[in-house]
Design a protein around this ligand. Sequence first.
Ligand SMILES: [Fe+2]
Length: 192
Amino acid sequence: MLKNHSDLIYAHSLAVGVYASLIARQLGWRSQSTLFKISMAGLFHDIGKKEIPKTILEKARMDMTQEEVKIYESHTVRGKEILSQVPGIPEEVVFAAAQHHESMAGCGFPFQIPRFRIQPISRLICIANEFCNLVLKSPNKEDVSTAHEALLKIYTYKKEDVELSFLKALMEIFNYPVPADLLKLSKSKDVA
Ligand SMILES: [Fe+2]
């Protein structure tokens, strides 16, 4: 259903919440409050995009001018500002909006923060976001990958950027053969 939904950003956001929750459960995270925050973080992580011109959202990153890249990347900071003004939004959800494009290698955006400063729920949203960008249509891309193709692409090109124990959990969910270097990883503890 999400693959064919006409509102692509909505479908993407909902899917990120669903896949992030599935990864969390695969990791053994059972706290209802944590799972609630994860779903909410998925739903709201891209809320800052509501203020980004459609013409920019429809462009592939490599076709954007420097100025357009700056505007696009600002959806993270704007999302944080919007969510932090809403009473009752958990701080992890606010962080996820701000941090979901950061990288475990410290080379993401907007602030290139190092791994230890990226919160666990933000790391979950980060990998679920990468996965959903590949398996679902987006405003700037029509073609979609299967789950296994997407996992291979993340493992091949984005391994440095994502939390590897989360990538392993996502592979397990889809019965994808886990590569030897990920097999030794243990599950991280529940964050709650
Ligand atoms: Fe985003």
